[in-house]
Design a protein. Sequence first.
Length: 143
Amino acid sequence: MTDSVVPVPTVFHLPRVLEGALWAHARRDAPAECVGAVGGHERPDGLHALTLYPLPNIAPDPARQYLADPGHLLRAFRAMKAGGLSLVALYHSHPNGPATPSGTDTRLAAYSVPYLIADLHGGSLLAYLLPEVTPIRIVSKSV
C-alpha cells in the first residue's frame, strides 16, 4: 500500500470582486477584526475562491482577536455543501496591521486551508498556511 500525498496549495486565486468585498467587510467591522470563510474549488493550478461568507466576530476582545460565531460558521459550511463548494480559505483583518499571523492566529488555527489576513493600516492582503506560517501566493483576477 502506498501513501498518497496531498499537495500543499501554493496559489490562491481570488476574483477582484471578492477581494473588494473582503476589504469592505474589514473596513465595515473596524476597529474590530473581521472574520469570514471562503468557499470555492481546489484545482490543479491552486485554490479558486468563488464566494465569501462574512461571519460575526464574537471574540471577547474583537479589536485584538477574532472568533467566528460557530452557528454562523456551520451555516456557511452547509451553504458551501449545498452549492457544491468546499472551504478553501478563512480570512480576518488586522485593523492596525501587520498582515502577518499573530501568535494567537497560529495557535488557534484549526483548518488546513490558507488564512488570509487583511492589514487595514498598511493596505496589504497576505495568505498563509497555519500553524506553519507558510506563505501562499494570492492571484487577483477578473471574472
